[in-house]
Design a protein around this ligand. Structure first.
Ligand code: FES
Ligand code: FES
Length: 198
C-alpha cells in the first residue's frame, strides 16, 4: 500500500498536467450569484451544488429556515420564492438569481409579528417550534393558492372556486410535517389569519 501511495504521489509530482484539470474544475464548480432575500441583495460565491437551504443557513446565517430531512419530505425548509412555496433543500441556490426569496425572518419580528405568526401564537399552533417557520411560509402560500383558485386533491368541484375549508387547508399543508402533532391548531391559526375563524 505504501508503495502504491508513493507511486501515485510521484505521478502527481512529475506530471503537473494531472493537477490542472482539477484546478479548472474547481473554478467551474463555483458561481458568483446575487440572491435577493427578504428585500436585500447578497453577493455570494457558491459551490454550484449549494442548496438554497444551505445558502440561507450557512452563508447568510438566516437560521430561521430549518433543515429537517434535507430530502424534500418534511417541509421544515419551506420558503417563498416569487410568491410560490418551495422546499429550499431541493433546489440549488444559483438557480434563484433575480428571484425574490422570503424567509420567516422577512415576515415579522418579535413585537411586530406578521398576522399569520400572531395567529399561530394565538392558537398554540406549535410546540417545539422546529417546523413552524416552514408551516408559516407554507400557509401564506396556501392562502394565495386558494385565492388564485388553484385546485388541490381536496377540491371537489373543479369548476367552482376553491374554498377555504379545513379540508382544503389540511390537504394543502400535508407536505409540512409536525412531529409535535400541532395540526389541528395550525389549521385553526390559518383559518383565523384568513379571517374565517375567530
Ligand atoms: Fe427540506 Fe425536509 S428539510 S423538506
Ligand atoms: Fe414541534 Fe411542529 S411544533 S415539530
Amino acid at each position: 500500500m505504501a508503495a502504491t501511495a508513493a507511486a501515485s504521489l510521484a505521478v502527481g509530482a512529475d506530471n503537473p498536467t494531472r493537477a490542472e484539470p482539477n484546478a479548472k474544475m474547481d473554478g467551474q464548480n463555483r458561481t458568483r450569484v446575487t440572491l435577493s432575500v427578504n428585500g436585500k441583495n447578497h453577493d455570494l460565491d457558491l459551490d454550484n451544488r449549494t442548496t438554497l437551504l444551505d445558502a440561507l443557513r450557512e452563508h447568510l446565517h438566516l437560521t430561521g429556515t430549518k433543515k429537517g430531512c434535507d430530502h424534500g419530505q418534511c417541509g421544515a425548509c419551506t420558503v417563498i420564492v416569487d410568491g410560490r412555496r418551495i422546499n429550499a433543500c431541493l433546489t440549488l441556490a444559483i438557480m434563484h438569481e433575480e428571484e425574490a426569496v422570503t424567509t420567516i425572518e422577512g415576515l415579522g419580528q418579535p413585537g411586530n409579528l406578521h398576522p399569520m405568526q400572531a395567529a399561530f401564537v394565538r392558537h398554540d399552533g406549535f410546540q417545539c417550534g422546529y417546523c413552524t417557520p416552514g408551516q408559516i411560509c407554507s400557509s401564506l402560500a396556501v392562502l394565495e393558492e386558494i385565492k388564485a383558485n388553484i385546485p388541490s386533491h381536496a377540491t371537489g368541484d373543479l369548476a367552482a372556486a376553491a374554498s377555504l375549508t379545513p379540508e382544503e387547508i389540511r390537504e394543502r399543508m400535508s407536505g409540512n410535517i409536525c412531529r409535535c402533532g400541532a395540526y389541528s391548531n395550525i389549521v385553526d391559526a390559518i383559518l383565523d389569519a384568513a379571517g374565517t375563524r375567530a
